[in-house]
Design a protein. Structure first.
Length: 263
């Protein structure tokens, strides 16, 4: 496997600018609006983030767990992981080291960590028609991934790039999707963007199909930008755009409720 070169990425920066405008609007509400008290500002923002975190937990649990017991366990592990990420962010820690990957794995998928404690997978894995890298190649690929991420300035592009390439590497025996989504959202939330989540089964199917087609295309032309990889980046950016709007409306509603204004 050859990692996707940074230089060939072609993303929709028009939508990213739109997201940035919404995020700035959120902070204008918090900082300048007379509908908010100074000591409420942080609480209002965190309340909006917690609402989105709850949706992340519920939706992801419904998509991946098979029984009621699995849903409950999945949900508890994911909530603990998200609380850990929020604590790390409040102490000014961005997602930027391999150690953090294993921290997330231990929290979100402890049963996987028990198979190969604090280690990468030792078996071969195939996703559809795509054969993941051999176990011996994983440490080098993960290190190279972090190196390339450092070259990406925009947090949104960096988060989506991490998601795409870490799933392609598939470093763990299980729990790769959960670890990757939380890591991606750690990058986004550190940069004050809302997290990305899969909203329903239709989106989940679309997400899997797009990734699969992207991986297949890159197997044959590893350093060539293709329509499927572009579509994956576009879909992820669209999800951030939706969530940014939700966060704006949530914070706006809190201010309106305090002053008795109607929507």
């Amino acid at each position: 496997m050859e990692l996707l070169p940074i230089g060939i990425l072609k993303v929709n920066y028009g939508k990213i600018k739109e997201i940035d405008k919404i995020i700035k609007s959120i902070y204008r509400l918090i900082i300048y609006s007379r509908d908010h008290l100074d000591d409420d500002l942080l609480d209002i923002y965190l309340a909006g983030m917690n609402d989105l975190q709850e949706m992340v937990s519920i939706k992801n649990a419904q998509m991946e767990a098979q029984t009621a017991e699995e849903v409950e366990e999945y949900l508890q592990n994911l909530q603990k992981t998200l609380h850990f990420v929020v604590e790390e962010i409040t102490t000014q820690r961005d997602f930027d080291s391999e150690i953090q990957l294993f921290q997330l794995l231990r929290l979100v998928s402890p049963e996987t960590n028990a198979i190969h404690p604090n280690g990468y997978r030792r078996t071969t894995v195939q996703i559809g028609g795509y054969i993941c890298p051999l176990p011996a190649l994983i440490p080098q690929l993960v290190s190279e991934l972090y190196y390339r991420m450092e070259q990406i300035e925009n947090p949104i592009v960096k988060a989506i790039y991490l998601h795409h390439e870490l799933i392609r590497i598939h470093p763990f025996a299980d729990g790769n999707g959960r670890v990757t989504r939380v890591a991606k959202n750690w990058i986004l939330m550190f940069a004050l963007y809302p997290p990305i989540f899969i909203e329903n089964a239709t989106q989940k199917k679309e997400y899997i199909q797009t990734l699969s087609k992207s991986f297949d295309a890159l197997q044959y032309r590893p350093i060539t930008w293709n329509s499927h990889t572009e579509q994956f980046f576009e879909q992820e950016i669209d999800r951030i755009l939706v969530n940014a709007n939700l966060l704006y409306e949530s914070i706006k509603s809190i201010g309106n409720a305090r002053t008795g204004k109607r929507e």
